[in-house]
Design a protein around this ligand. Structure first.
Ligand code: MN
Ligand code: MN
Length: 301
């Protein structure tokens, strides 16, 4: 079950309303790295999780992300409060209202006009939230790695948002939300490493002859060596086709009648390498007319 507590997870003290900043914060409300995406990501993973420790952790963190959604949504609502009232009551001249909601080149007019100043499930550019933001695949070794990266991305977005405001209360609340993403990243890493083995993801091992090979596929100046391709860690090989030792060509066995129909289509669609057909482009590309004779030709024509 879920229950709601009327007190926020972190106190929100906004110094001054600011519709433009509210609009930027929507990135963490309805954006791909936002709190709704995080909550849904961990909640759905938790529902299917068989390991009691991971299930408990995923439910704890999913529920905390919903609490973060409430904090960031409340920040948006607070920052929009004055513009919202003034727009609803029509107390300003049109020009002044327009200046207030689109001043500074932000998109907050969408939030104000379409959503009435409430936190909408959109990102800061008005893109609707969508479940495609969540890339869970139902294998903990892959999902935990994705969760670690998701927390890293959320942390970076919070950092960028913190750099966009000088409001101390907003900075502090965003700092808390950012900090919790660091904590979650650590929990997911610990959970990943407490599952042994966790690499490679899944159950099947890789083909041993290719698992520790590095192919130098980008040719030319600028090849670099590092731990990602060092001789201690990898067999460094130059790009080469058909690394399996085969002919590198594709083939498939087919039934005789399938083969015949396919051949029929290929015959019908074959190109003739010996012809040189005249094209529409060539027909329209006569010699450019000399500017001095053009008027005369037009008259004669
Ligand atoms: Mn969060
Ligand atoms: Mn998180």
């Amino acid at each position: 079950m879920f229950a709601h507590n009327k007190r926020l997870q972190y106190t929100v003290r906004v110094s001054d309303t600011n519709p433009g900043l509210a609009n930027l914060l929507l990135e963490q409300f309805g954006g791909p790295q936002g709190e709704l995406a995080a909550a849904c990501r961990y909640f759905t993973q938790a529902l299917a999780e068989e390991d009691p420790g991971r299930k408990d952790m995923l439910m704890d963190i999913a529920t905390e992300e919903l609490s973060h959604l409430e904090v960031i949504g409340t920040l948006v609502a607070m920052l929009n409060r004055s513009a919202k009232g003034r727009l609803a009551e029509g107390v300003d001249t049109e020009a002044e209202m327009y200046r207030q909601i689109s001043g500074g080149g932000n998109d907050s007019h969408v939030t104000q006009v379409l959503y009435g100043g409430g936190p909408a499930l959109i990102n800061s550019a008005g893109q609707l939230w969508n479940a495609g933001y969540i890339d869970s695949i139902g294998d903990p070794s892959a999902d935990l790695r994705s969760n670690i990266a998701a927390e890293a991305r959320a942390k970076i977005i919070y950092e960028r948002l913190i750099n966009c405001t000088d409001d101390p209360g907003v900075k502090e609340a965003l700092g808390f939300l950012m900090t919790r993403e660091i904590a979650h990243q650590q929990s997911f890493e610990k959970a990943l490493y407490s599952m042994q083995p966790n690499f490679p993801p899944g159950k099947l091992p890789g083909m041993p002859e290719f698992t520790n090979v590095y192919f130098n596929m980008s040719q030319g100046d600028g090849d670099m060596r590092g731990p990602w391709n060092s001789d201690e860690n990898f067999e460094y090989r130059e790009a080469q086709p058909a690394v399996d030792g085969g002919d590198g060509l594709a083939s498939v066995r087919m039934k005789a009648d399938d083969q015949q129909v396919l051949q029929q289509a290929a015959t019908r669609l074959r190109s003739d390498p010996d012809c040189d057909p005249l094209t529409g482009a060539e027909l329209g590309a006569g010699e450019a007319l000399d500017a001095s004779t053009m008027g005369q030709k037009d008259l004669l024509g």
